[in-house]
Design a protein around this ligand. Structure first.
Ligand code: SAM
Length: 384
């Protein structure tokens, strides 16, 4: 009898503990299911509200509204296709080339700002790069580009401000160029429009994105041009190219991975503000610095580097540039000098809204009337 009571007692205890465990699990499962989940786009906006409010002050509310509104595009004209009809067709829709625009208004502005420099100090703008945009305040959309009789597409749609780093790089005839983080290839295509590049190495760590870059090149460049061995496409960690390609290039474009601010507040897919990508996001400034140092190392003495991002973040922009300049000197004994891009803000003040008073580089701020950017760029010259 005693043994029976004992057994029943044990069974009851066992049941109780099972129930307890089940209940605990149920409670935990319920807690997990009802845990508040914030979309990554909301987390990005919260993050930006804190950091950019401090960084941009009174400007942030208007930049914020622009970033949450539809972005404007530019049509980068493909000089390898039959362009006459393409350009006239776009002009008939009211578009204009923001690069080769009549500069008289801008010059008047330059006079008023009293910042005219001697002519030989004015950097050149390559007239072969053409990018058409709808006028300020006109939010019409471009139709998808159509192939010409040779099957080449007439234009490439991109944020018009992202052509600025390519213009700032100012590639001269016969020069060699390294595009360190090149995919999907908008800036590579812009670089090739000049027809002056002697050799272009387009690299990107991501294999799938490099494949996309190759597809882009095939859609825009004649087969014969691609077979000339003027373009080299690779999928290598750009940080390695500093050492392996030391002092090899006249021009290096370092268009780094960043928080892609506009994408981060608008698109959930592939968003860097997802909890699972926090570490990757926090390590961006380190990766960006290492890529810029590699870009500096791959540049020959007297050559130029342009660093660019599509973020407003001071930490990913000016701080990275300043850190890379220090590291290049301390670790590699390389001196680099920041090049003044003030002339850009003067020349293109009609088309873009630039931030003022940056320590180094220039920043295009999104604005409802000219909803391009953000694009940050800084030009450096290797002195030793
Ligand atoms: N320049 C491109 C264009 O205009 O189309 C956009 C480049 S995107 C801002 C940054 C690129 O850097 C991404 O395609 C990414 O795959 C690549 N990337 C990330 N880490 C890299 C690394 N360590 N080395 C080289 N490329 C890298």
């Amino acid at each position: 009898m005693a043994a029976h009571i004992c057994t029943r007692f044990c069974i009851n205890k066992f049941r109780e503990s099972i129930t307890f465990i089940q209940r605990r699990h149920r409670v935990k499962a319920k807690w997990a299911a009802t845990r508040p989940k914030f979309p990554a786009t909301d987390l990005a906006l919260q993050n930006f509200d804190t950091t950019y409010n401090m960084q941009l002050g009174d400007l942030w509310p208007s930049v914020r509204v622009a970033m949450l509104s539809e972005q404007k595009y530019g049509a980068l004209i493909n000089n390898f296709s039959s362009t006459t009809n393409v350009i006239s067709g776009l002009e008939a829709q009211g578009c204009r080339d923001f690069i080769n625009v009549d500069c008289s208004r801008n010059e008047a502005h330059q006079h008023s700002q009293d910042i005219l420099k001697p002519a030989d100090l004015q950097p050149s703008i390559n007239p072969d790069i053409k990018c058409l945009v709808f006028p300020q305040g006109d939010i019409s959309r471009f139709k998808p580009a159509r192939p010409d009789s040779s099957g080449l597409l007439g234009y490439y749609l991109l944020d018009a401000a992202s052509v600025l780093p390519v213009l700032a790089l100012d590639v001269q005839p016969g020069q060699t160029v390294l595009d360190l983080c090149a995919a999907p290839g908008g800036k590579t295509l812009a670089l090739l429009q000049t027809h002056t590049v002697n050799f272009l190495w387009a690299n990107d760590l991501s294999g799938s994105r490099t494949a996309r870059l190759r597809r882009t090149l095939k859609s825009y460049l004649p087969k014969e041009f691609l077979e000339e061995d003027k373009i080299h496409v690779t999928s290598i960690d750009g940080r390695k190219l500093g050492l392996t390609e030391e002092k090899s290039f006249d021009r290096v474009l370092v268009d780094v991975p960043c928080t892609t601010d506009r994408h981060s507040v608008m698109v959930e897919e592939n968003n860097l503000f997802k909890g699972s990508r926090t570490k990757e996001r926090q390590q961006l400034p380190l990766l960006q610095t290492q890529l810029l140092v590699a870009g500096i190392q791959a540049t020959r003495k007297g050559g130029d580097i342009v660093y660019s991002t599509c973020s407003l973040s001071q930490l990913q922009n000016e701080c990275v540039v300043q850190q890379a300049i220090s590291l290049a000197l301390e670790d590699l004994g390389i001196t680099v000098q920041v090049q003044d891009l003030g002339w850009f803000t003067q020349r293109f003040f009609d088309s873009f809204h630039f931030a003022s008073h940056l320590n180094v580089g220039e920043l295009v701020l999104p604005h409802l009337c000219a909803n391009f950017g953000p694009i940050y760029m800084c030009k450096l010259r290797r002195m030793s």
